[in-house]
Design a protein around this ligand. Structure first.
Ligand code: IDP
Length: 154
């Protein structure tokens, strides 16, 4: 059995402006993941550059930073068994065009540069913790029980 862990997810400005926050939150809630933090913010440029630091040398970096700072985002932390991998599988591939139907990007997006949502990369161990630390203070993470946990886990 995998560990219960926390992972970082963000509805990007295109998802916010298209009114998709509720749809996206609902998918994670229904899966059984637990929301432990959430906030609606405009990302400062320095935070955007740090968050996407691994892409600094790419030719899409400037456009990516412009886009992610162009409007509000809804940043969240979700907790559950194998949460990082499970959330990524629900999000789909980086390019919505390559994402299967049933995934968030496959159902709600069409274009690589407007892929609706960000989620920590399960193939980059520790990225979940790093991203949570970047966006949230410890006291913003709220510990509580979902009464249905008894039915979600054996
Ligand atoms: P991920 O969001 O699926 O983890 P990353 O490779 O970390 O994908 O890329 C971060 C974001 O940068 C993507 O979500 C996408 O919005 C954007 N991006 C990635 N590759 C390209 C590209 O080739 N052109 C334009 N934007 C890109």
């Amino acid at each position: 059995m995998s560990e219960r862990e926390r992972t970082f997810v963000m509805v990007k400005p295109d998802g916010v402006k298209r009114g998709l926050i509720g749809e996206i939150v609902s998918r994670f809630e229904q899966r059984g993941l637990k929301l432990v933090a959430g906030k609606f913010i405009e990302i400062p440029r320095d935070l955007a550059e740090e968050h996407y630091g691994e892409h600094r040398e790419k030719d899409f970096f400037e456009g990516l930073v412009e886009f992610i700072t162009s409007g509000p985002v809804f940043a969240m932390v979700w907790e559950g068994q194998d949460a990082t991998r499970q959330v990524r599988s629900m999000v789909g591939e980086t390019d919505p065009a390559e994402s299967p139907a049933g995934t968030i990007r496959g159902d709600l997006g069409l274009d690589l540069g407007r892929n609706v949502v960000h989620a920590s990369d399960h193939e980059d161990p520790g990225s979940n913790e790093r991203e949570i630390d970047l966006f949230f203070d410890e006291e913003e993470l709220i510990d509580y029980e979902r009464p249905d946990e008894a039915w979600l886990y054996e």
